[in-house]
Design a protein around this ligand. Structure first.
Ligand code: COS
Length: 381
């Protein structure tokens, strides 16, 4: 374990979160997955522990730390329940972070305390039915009117889309301007003209709330605009840069969880008169998994450490996200293989890991988008 990369404090945090995850999150992970139910129990417990404010402004209840401890938490949660890790990463990285970075004092005072305590659920709304990877092609329109904006359009695949209280929505003021026409607006649950619909039947992260939202002449006051008109795309991208480190950690957690389960099982399960761990074929699987877990962890820690040191980290965040998510898919697949038939049924953890892993190379920028970001950096350097 390259825990040599963690400080004493981070090691203590890791152990405390592992304990919390094993004690409170793991026991209900299977049930909430099968019921496709968002766990407010888990969410409020994380709020009480102060996890949502780890990097945020202390004036509003945060603890202004770095992203490296966030990575530690996201990994430990995902090691037992990816959906719970996702709720954490989205609340702190996709809602809290842009509010903290780009909100003015009035906005921060209004929305950060609830996002940090967990009383309010946050969401980041960029993807639309007609565009995902090509984020600049958004067609949700914010029409400027006296005192604010009128919003029309739709967003989809939004984490916390139906339960979100504070929604950061990216819209265009003029599609012809592409990314330069973007504006970031904060909407609140209950606004007139805002409706949502839950997306059910997901393959994995089934207890993560995912929704589609519809904006029908939603009136958004000017004071709800984050940053300036035209800055919305930059806010969206910088937020994703940061949260991709969290998703890398989430993928790492799924990979580690898969390895842990596979190791345990391989030592117990017997075939042909010996534990299956004694067969070289199984040992090679385990070794391949362990290499990917550790490489993912190093890339993820590196991206986090660079960000915390105030150094460029976007290329490394994309590398960590792409690599760790592909490692999660690989490790969960190998774990199912080692479990055989027992890995193919709902009662087994690795069956859930296999389904949960599959979203990680897709959301927060597909693996293909990460490679575009990486290659652009390489070519510019
Ligand atoms: N930070 C700050 N600014 C950034 C940025 C970043 N990480 N990435 C791009 N920008 C800026 C560029 O500097 C450029 O600004 P100027 O025109 O002022 O120079 C502008 O944004 C447009 O950049 P670019 O030309 O690179 O935009 P593209 O349309 O080519 O898109 C990608 C860039 C593909 C990287 C972007 O659309 C993307 O990340 N897509 C994936 C979206 C995603 O992750 N969706 C998941 C949603 S969350 S579930």
């Amino acid at each position: 374990m390259p825990d040599i990369m963690l400080t004493e404090e981070e090691l203590m945090l890791k152990s405390a979160i592992r304990d919390f995850a094993e004690r409170e999150v793991a026991p209900r992970a299977m049930e909430i997955d099968q019921e496709e139910r968002f766990s407010f129990e888990n969410f409020h417990a994380m709020g009480k522990l102060g996890l949502f404010g780890m990097t945020l402004d202390p004036k509003y209840g945060g603890s202004a730390g770095g992203i490296k401890p966030v990575v530690v938490v996201a990994e430990e949660l995902a090691r037992v329940c990816a959906s719970t890790s996702n709720a954490f990463v989205v609340q702190t990285g996709l809602a809290g972070y842009p509010m903290n970075q780009f909100g003015n004092e009035k906005q921060k005072a209004r929305w950060l305390p609830g996002l940090i305590s967990g009383e309010k659920v946050g969401a980041y709304c960029l993807t639309e039915p007609g565009n995902g990877s090509d984020a600049a092609a958004a067609s949700t329109i914010a029409k400027k009117v006296s005192g604010g904006y009128v919003l029309n359009g739709s967003k989809t695949f939004i984490t916390h889309g139906t339960i979100g209280d504070v929604l950061i929505v990216f819209a265009t003021m003029d599609m012809a301007l592409k990314h330069r026409g973007f504006v970031a607006l904060v909407l609140e649950k209950g606004m007139k003209g805002l409706t949502t619909q839950k997306i059910t039947g997901k393959m994995g992260i089934r207890s993560s709330d995912t929704g589609t939202m519809f904006f029908d002449n939603v009136e958004v006051p000017e004071e709800n605009r984050l940053g300036e008109e035209g800055q919305g795309f930059r806010i969206a991208m910088q937020t994703l840069d940061n949260s991709r480190v969290g998703i890398a950690a989430q993928a790492l957690g799924i990979a580690q969880g898969s390895l842990d389960e596979a190791l345990k099982y391989a030592k117990q399960r017997r075939a042909f008169g010996q534990a299956i761990a004694d067969f070289q074929a199984i040992q090679f699987y385990l070794a391949d998994m362990a290499m990917r877990v550790e490489a993912s962890r190093l890339l993820t820690y590196q991206a986090a450490a660079l960000k915390d040191a105030g150094q460029p980290y976007v290329k490394q965040a994309s590398m960590a996200k792409a690599y760790a998510s592909e490692a999660a898919v690989f490790c969960a697949d190998r774990a199912v293989q080692i479990f055989g038939g027992y890995g193919y049924i709902r009662e087994s953890k690795v069956e859930r890991f296999y389904r949960d892993a599959r979203i990680t190379p897709i959301y927060e920028g597909t693996s293909e988008i990460q490679r575009i970001v990486i290659a652009r950096h390489l070519l510019q350097e």
